[in-house]
Ligand binder design. Structure first.
Ligand code: NAP
Length: 265
């Protein structure tokens, strides 16, 4: 079923980094339904990005694909220009690509995992956002940036020193960019998803004991769906969020609102 809830999104040129699977692919589907023109992106998963392409093309979207490894900082300028050129400019940049690094600090004493996480999750969005803002300013047009952050940017737990640092950094950077670029007509916000099963995690989260543990902790008693993230993203782009910048939109079924308290019957 084709669902249009934000008709003003029709024709918007949107680059979604990391749209070869998971939340990025979910965002692509919802934004295709709103009539956006999409630039997809992948790094390793060419099959996945072709699936996303097929899905959005069947929904009638105009679509292009770019490749880039965001661990390679020097290449980001070139990747950005490919994405910007696909539809002769962009209206929206979604910094979605990211890696979820689970390692204890003691297991990463060379800092290799930490550095890679910061490179992909924080330095790449920094570089792409600045390139996007500069291009919008040069073109004398407004722009919207959405960072796919995480609830780990706000509250976290063991194993996530690299990941949480990258996402808290992303949220802090987002606020500074919102302040600096608001007067230029560029809105910058973060989306902070809770637990959303994707190809990478679906099997383990579906395991009954694991699923019961999680759903008990979430006031809305279910995992998130990639469509939930797609709709939140569409809202952040839409005119309904026209006065919203510098904010973190948490979409987590209430998980971090209840904190770490044990569930009471
Ligand atoms: N799923 C959740 O529960 C959840 C919760 C909070 C936040 N998030 C955030 O959501 C975003 C998407 O994650 P996901 O859960 O949807 O996982 P995913 O399916 O693994 O998607 C990650 C995406 O990032 C891309 N990527 C990975 N390494 C890259 C690199 N070196 N260069 C460029 N792109 C790279 C992947 O591309 P290839 O596979 O093509 O390499 C893929 O498209 C991440 O920023 C993650 O932190 C997810």
């Amino acid at each position: 079923m084709n669902q249009t809830r934000y008709p003003e999104l029709a024709g918007k040129r949107v680059w979604i980094t990391g749209s070869s699977s998971g939340i990025g692919a979910g965002m692509a589907k919802i934004l295709a339904q709103q009539g956006c023109k999409l630039v997809l992106h992948y790094c390793r998963n060419e099959t996945g990005v072709q699936q996303t392409l097929q899905t959005v093309a069947e929904l009638g979207a105009e679509v292009e694909v770019v490749w880039g490894d965001f661990a390679d900082y020097a290449s980001l300028e070139n990747v950005f220009h490919q994405a910007w050129s696909a539809f002769d400019g962009l209206d929206v940049l979604i910094n979605n690509a990211g890696i979820v690094t689970k390692s204890t600090a003691l297991n990463d004493n060379t800092g290799a995992a930490f550095n890679r996480t910061i490179a992909i999750n924080l330095q790449a969005p920094y570089r792409l956002s600045t390139a996007f803002a500069k291009a919008c300013i040069d073109a004398k047009q407004p722009g919207v940036i959405i960072n796919n952050s995480s609830i780990h940017g706000q509250q976290t737990c063991e194993w996530f020193s690299a990941y949480a640092a990258s996402k808290a950094g992303l949220d802090a950077m987002m606020k500074v960019m919102a302040v600096e670029w608001g007067p230029k007509g560029i809105r910058v916000n973060s989306l902070a998803p809770g637990v959303v099963p994707v190809e990478r995690t679906a099997k383990i989260l579906a395991e009954p004991k694991m699923a019961a543990t999680w759903t008990k902790t979430m006031p809305l008693q279910r995992f998130g769906h990639v469509d939930d993230m797609g709709w939140a993203t569409a809202f952040l782009i839409s005119d309904s969020a026209a006065w919203m910048t510098g904010s973190v939109l948490t979409v987590d079924g209430g998980l971090i609102a209840r904190g770490g308290y044990p569930a009471r019957e």
